[in-house]
Design a protein around this ligand. Structure first.
Ligand code: BGC
Length: 550
């Protein structure tokens, strides 16, 4: 298949093929020795990010937060969490990133605030029927129970009861996530105005864009009808239109307003939607020309390591996004899913939570690493943008044996341990040295890291991989440089052996990925530019290569 040409380009359109590096701030680098990552840590490592060859950084929420959901419970959208730094440090970081040619994307959390946000505190104090409560979803219960059957995606009911100001049992409030994350009522104009003002606040400070948290959930059916489902899975893909809170059509009006704000700036401000919807076609609705610029491609992330499945999701993503003039994006991991080394190293790797995967006894980390190398070359060869989750470039795996006592994900607590949660992909990065904290804490080292690092990280520190021609880090650095130089234009599939993905782009730049069960010969009319393994005339199983005309 050949993709449709992109529409006429406006300004720089830098986001159409950008590689965006996700900085999970609490686990990236710790500048002050308290065991928690921070803005100073990112500033100290900006050179590493420039040298890696990425175009932009997406910073997970850095706002003041009680930390009930690792910063996705925001108590003040216009400030920086003191444990992460100051407003001045944040401003210096944005300026320094720009000097290095790196754009900065923040994370906005519009579905819910923290229960410590001034609005929610005012709502509790003001009592039933007040305009303060109307900013959220407060309702009387049904008998002694909650107003409807909705479940929190972290487990348990999506409603929590609060006492009336006089202390008697009162109304219930809605929280699709943790009880410390009350859902906002997007039918209220002041909620919409507030978030538009927050966007302007950060755009005015030079920020280049926003990743929109659970972008598909803001608008609820005002009747709040029962959904009739046993349990909501975390960010499960659901059929669009009829659902009372996922992917309702009314949400698009919100993003049309946001796009107008972005367009009012002289430099290009962009949005990327986190929207777990039922199909690429539903996702494309968020990417119409007057809405959001890009969206994460979770169909790609969750696709199994299977040639037909991958080809199908690639074709479908390119076609559906092209139908609205939007570029595709590709992503393998993030802070909510099992790291792809650990997914691909299992017999069946469809799904992203530990509960969906084969047991750890069936994990073959070497296989996972080999496939992760091939998956990286495939992703970076595709047209559109790509996301790298911090540590992907080091080949990090899911830390599956964290002791229960250190687990922080609310999912673990709310399901009483039935779901292990997402801590295993959030372990602080190993930078250097042979023992924890592996250079994570730059300034002395007094406090332990907020999640413990395994001793096995010693083999994969950035320092250990730097300059090693066979390392994942070298593969990422080389691939990102060559991608910039060589990978442009639409994708055209080539005839290939069964089980082999083969396509070209402009100028004969070719990508081959061997997902068959046997080595395949390399084409005689091409020269190898980059490969995931040493090649000797053929491409081994689970290997990938980039080729060019000799
Ligand atoms: C974020 C999660 C978070 C949830 C609730 C997700 O989309 O990526 O980390 O727990 O939203 O804010």
């Amino acid at each position: 298949m050949t993709t449709a040409p992109a529409p006429a380009r406006r300004r720089t359109d830098w986001w159409r093929d950008a590689v965006v590096y996700q900085v999970y701030i609490r686990s990236f680098a710790d500048g002050n020795g308290d065991g928690l990552g921070d803005v100073a840590g990112i500033r100290a490592r900006l050179g590493y990010l420039r040298d890696l060859g990425v175009d932009a950084l997406w910073i997970n929420p850095w706002y003041p937060s009680p930390g009930a959901d690792a910063g996705y419970d925001v108590s003040d959208y216009r400030a920086v969490e003191p444990a992460f730094g100051t407003a001045d440090e944040a401003a210096a970081f944005v300026a320094e990133a720009h000097e290095l040619g790196l754009r900065v994307i923040l994370d906005i959390v519009p579905n819910h605030t923290s229960d410590q946000h001034a609005w929610f505190r005012a709502a509790l104090a003001a009592g039933p029927g007040s305009p303060e409560r109307a900013r959220y979803h407060f309702r009387p219960g049904r008998g002694d129970g909650p107003p409807n059957d909705w479940r929190s995606v972290f487990g348990g009911p999506a409603w929590t009861r609060v006492p009336d100001p006089d202390g008697s049992p009162g109304e219930w409030y809605l929280h699709l996530f943790d009880s410390a994350q009350p859902d906002l009522n997007w039918d209220r104009p002041e909620v919409r105005e507030e978030f538009e003002s927050i966007l302007r606040f950060w755009f005015d400070r030079g920020v280049d864009g926003f990743r929109i948290d659970v972008a598909h959930s803001l608008v609820k059916d005002p009747a709040l009808p029962d959904v009739g489902e046993e349990e909501e899975h975390l960010l499960a893909s659901v059929e669009g239109t009829g659902h009372p809170f996922w992917d309702r059509d009314g949400v698009h009006e919100v993003y049309r307003g946001w796009r107008r704000i972005a367009e009012s700036y002289a430099d290009e401000k962009v949005f990327v939607a986190e929207a777990w919807v039922s199909s690429p076609e539903r996702l494309a609705r968020y990417l119409r020309p007057d809405e959001l610029h890009t969206a994460f491609n979770f169909d790609y992330l969750t696709a199994p390591w299977d040639p037909a499945a991958l080809r199908e999701v690639i074709d479908r993503s390119l076609a559906s996004n092209a139908s609205v003039g939007a570029p595709a994006t590709w992503v393998l991991s993030n802070h909510d899913v099992v790291r792809h080394v650990s997914r691909l190293g299992r017999p069946r790797a469809k799904g992203w939570a530990l509960g969906d995967l084969a047991p750890v006894e069936q994990l073959d980390l070497e296989l996972g690493r080999r496939r992760a190398r091939a998956a990286a070359l495939l992703m970076f060869a595709l047209p559109g943008g790509a996301y790298v989750y911090q540590g992907d470039e080091l080949g990090l795996w899911e830390v599956e044996d964290l002791p229960d006592a250190v687990r922080q994900d609310p999912t673990f607590r709310r399901t009483e341990g039935a779901e292990i949660g997402r801590d295993g992909c959030r372990v602080p990065l190993p930078w250097s040295g042979t023992a924890a904290p592996f250079g994570f804490s730059l300034e002395g080292t007094t406090a332990p890291t907020w999640l413990p690092q395994p001793a096995s990280f010693a083999a994969v520190t950035a320092e250990a991989q730097d300059g090693d021609p066979g390392s994942m880090l070298t593969l990422y650095r080389t691939a990102l440089r060559l991608r910039r130089e060589r990978a442009s234009g639409p994708l055209t599939w080539l005839p290939s052996e069964p089980g082999v993905l083969a396509f070209t782009r402009d100028g004969g730049f070719t990508c081959l990925v061997n997902l068959s069960g046997a080595p395949v010969p390399l084409p005689a009319d091409r020269r190898v530019l980059l490969a995931t393994e040493e090649l000797d005339g053929e491409l081994p199983v689970d290997a990938a290569a980039w080729l060019v005309h000799p």
